[in-house]
Design a protein around this ligand. Structure first.
Ligand SMILES: C[S@@+](CC[C@H](N)C(=O)[O-])C[C@H]1O[C@@H](n2cnc3c(N)ncnc32)[C@H](O)[C@@H]1O
Length: 429
């Protein structure tokens, strides 16, 4: 289905043809394949694949260690706890076995080597449970339905071609797709999208939940399934901060629970949204404004600031709605969150010619740097250029050079960042 939107190579931004979710860039030679049923368009396919496998391996290792710890406590602990620990240990073992099998079937193998990874399956697990497993409950709010309803209040007219950025387990994309011409659910993490894609293909997925503060059982097994999509819906693992699409490819871009946690630089994300949307296209935002703890105060924008920044970026912003809702309140847990969720719709202005903003990793020391045609004109720059392997970030390269070449640690990251910006500005075409 990806052949229905104009995609570009995620590494060099040349136009790309994707057939049966397989691609090869004629310009830079990069090539990518799907992960099981999931289309992937990563800037560095091999490095990202390795990073995904490292994240998967670490996750299963941690869960196995937890299961072993539970087993030890069961043997040595008080008799009264044994039945509970038995249920927990058995659940954890079945969880590890089931996930391992599912990932292996999708081409994600476990590996013994390590290295940097940005793929941790844990943060999206509760979202995947909420999206596909938790039943609509008489005493619990249906969070999926509520999110969809709040967003739809801001939709006027056809959705057209829709891109959901940071779709997670993609329930909102699924709920929207029947009203759209085509829906692309994009997330950096393949794990929640793999679960969603399997469910969309008609599978019933066994999912496990281990609530830290259980209502009753410490391990809960869910069976997740859903009717197959009635329209065109595709899941895509890719970077939403540098989305692999041509300019003006979408009529609607949706950012659910995304703008506060992920971009760190909202003005830049607004440029990305403007680039993706056709003139007059619609940006739909939904979510709270809860910034990561290490965000600069200046970047923790209030709703009024978000609106003002969007207007400055060329959006006509409709009146927002703000609703206090339950968030990730599991039916089998005694604890959950309450958040104020803001929703609004914004129209991109009619002016054409939106420019693709410079890559996100140029301004972020924590993001992996894809290889590019660096032409170093100095031995120190050559060291930095040699360290770019598609997986390391500015921070990783700085640490590597401090360790291997005795680079002074003070200001190493700043020096590397400036060098990379210089190499990128003077790269070969
Ligand atoms: C707070 S979660 C919200 C997920 C989903 N929209 C929901 O409401 O359940 C943020 C999502 O952004 C994804 N993400 C993180 N970095 C990303 C990136 N660079 N591009 C696309 N998605 C990203 C995460 O994997 C995660 O699924």
């Amino acid at each position: 289905m990806l052949d229905e939107v104009p995609v570009v190579c995620p590494g060099c931004y040349a136009s790309l043809v994707v057939e049966a979710e397989v691609w090869a860039c004629a310009s830079c030679g990069r090539a990518g394949q799907p992960l099981g049923p999931l289309a992937t368009l990563y800037a560095e396919p091999a490095a990202e694949h390795a990073s995904i496998e490292v994240g998967a391996t670490r996750h299963l290792r941690r869960a196995t260690e937890t299961a072993d710890g539970v087993q030890r406590q069961r043997a040595s602990g008080p008799a009264v706890s044994r039945a509970r620990l038995e249920v927990l240990g058995e659940g954890l073992r079945r969880y590890v076995a089931g996930l391992g099998q599912r990932w292996q079937a999708a081409g994600i193998a476990l590996r013994s080597d390590g290295g940097p990874t940005r793929h941790d399956p844990r943060p999206t697990e509760s979202q995947t449970l909420r999206d596909w497993a938790w039943p609509a409950h008489a005493t619990w709010s249906n969070e999926n339905q509520q999110a969809h309803a709040q967003l739809m209040e801001h939709v006027h007219g056809d959705l057209g071609r829709v891109l959901v950025l940071g779709a997670g387990a993609a329930r909102l994309a699924y709920d929207l797709h029947a009203d759209a011409k085509l829906t692309v659910a994009l997330d950096l993490s393949p794990f929640p999208l793999l679960a969603a894609s399997s469910i969309w293909r008609g599978e019933t997925l066994e999912m496990w939940e281990f609530p830290p503060v259980p209502l009753d059982e410490p391990a809960c097994r869910w069976q997740a399934c859903a009717p197959p999509p009635s329209g065109r819906l595709v899941a895509l693992a890719a970077d939403g901060l540098d989305p692999p699409f041509e300019a003006e490819s979408f009529d609607t871009v949706v950012t659910p629970w995304f703008i506060d946690q992920i971009p760190r630089d909202l003005p830049r994300l607004l440029q990305v949204l403007r680039y993706l949307l056709v003139p007059g296209g619609r940006w739909l935002n939904l979510g709270p404004l809860i910034y990561p703890a290490d965000s600069a105060m200046a970047a923790r924008h209030s709703l009024a600031e978000v609106v003002q920044l969007a207007q400055t970026a060329g959006f006509d912003v409709g009146a927002p709605s703000s609703v206090r809702v339950e968030y990730l309140c599991s039916p089998v847990s005694t604890q959950g969150r309450v958040e104020v969720v803001h929703a609004f719709g914004a129209r991109r202005d009619d002016r054409g010619g939106a420019e693709r903003p410079p890559p996100a990793w140029l301004g972020r020391p924590d993001l992996p740097i894809p290889r590019f045609g660096a032409k170093p004109d100095h031995p120190v720059k050559a060291l930095v250029a040699d360290a770019i392997d598609g997986r390391r970030s500015v921070r990783d390269i700085a640490e590597h050079l401090v360790r291997t070449h005795g680079m002074p640690p003070d200001d190493a990251a700043t020096g590397v960042q400036l060098t990379i910006a210089d190499l990128y500005a003077r790269r070969s075409p």
